[in-house]
Design a protein around this ligand. Sequence first.
Ligand SMILES: Cc1ncc(COP(=O)(O)O)c(C=O)c1O
Length: 388
Amino acid sequence: MNSKETEDRYILPTYNNIRFPLSFVRAEGSYVEDDSGGRYLDLYGGHAVCVLGHCHPKWVEAIAEQAGTFDFYSNLCYCPVRAEAAKLMVERCYSMHQAFFCNSGAEANETALKIARKATGREYVVSMEEDFHGRTIGALSVTGFEKSRALFPQNISRWTRFLRLGDLEAFDSLDPEEIAGVILEPLQSVVGVKMAEPEYYRGLRDWCDRTGAVLIFDEVQTGNGRTGKWFVGEHWGVEPDLVTTAKGLGGGYPVGAVLANEKISATVEAGDQATTFGGGPMAAAAVAATYRIIEEEGLVEQVARLSSGVIERLGGYVGRGIEEVRGLGYLLGVRCEKPAKEIQAALLDRGILVGTSGDPQTFRLLPPLTVSEEEWGVFFAALDDIFA
Ligand SMILES: Cc1ncc(COP(=O)(O)O)c(C=O)c1O
């Protein structure tokens, strides 16, 4: 059996029909290679994860060194590399004060919801229609994205009030006394890349300040430099109280985190949350290396600089294959005249990987932050060919 047949035999079929028809065996920089030697320019970043590109030598070295020096002990011990990772991350995330490491985006969101409920003593949370926050039962309870929710009506959304992103007036319908927090994907990625006006996010901050609700930004995708800022609220001058992140945080090593401002940090006590693997030395080495490399290589600034050219060039196809370009930095949704799956397949034929989204006509670009101008040129040459 080849790897496809073996996976199909031994792994539950949750990914059937949505996988690339390829088996990847190697990767370097912006490229991944399949088992027959085909090379693909990865503009999907391994699912918005590989912010440093693939197998960045300094990241590989940091993880290898950690594996050979001190592999694992849980949070029952102190550990220098965890201390370093936490400091690097917290000091670059708004004016956050402390962090809790976990293993994934969904787990980070679950943790944030617990913290917000405990901090306020209130039961309900607000989330946004079309938001995606993960697939565990608590994260699903605040996920508005219908496709993920519909199959599991026994999720616990009875404690969630769903509003529409961008609609501040809808908050008037709530009883503020019962709202522990507002959680949102500030830039809704999975649904097809949607965002609101800057005034909306500022209004949200005001509403939370007035009512005492905890403002939670799910920055699982938008965090760690992806939008051309370390964290997305910097675009609008808005700071949440809690930030959740994962995906790019470890540059490809599984790790998530919740970051809290000083006021919320003060409400967290021993025993409120725990984890066996979260913040383990290997994950911490990956986080520390990722943050050091992003900074040393000026990748946040590079995204800000190059993405404006990418967005402008994509705009040049409007009316000849593309309808609209949405998003910030390297979190882009490209709505096409044709189904996104057709464009994705045409790009794949030309050796380029992009992602689809909840909108059948929108494909997503979530590339490594390291993609070069030359590599973008390869993508645009393929688009020229496809839309010719
Ligand atoms: C915005 C957002 N939140 C949460 C999650 C869940 O993260 P994970 O798959 O690491 O649990 C995702 C995953 O795609 C996401 O995009």
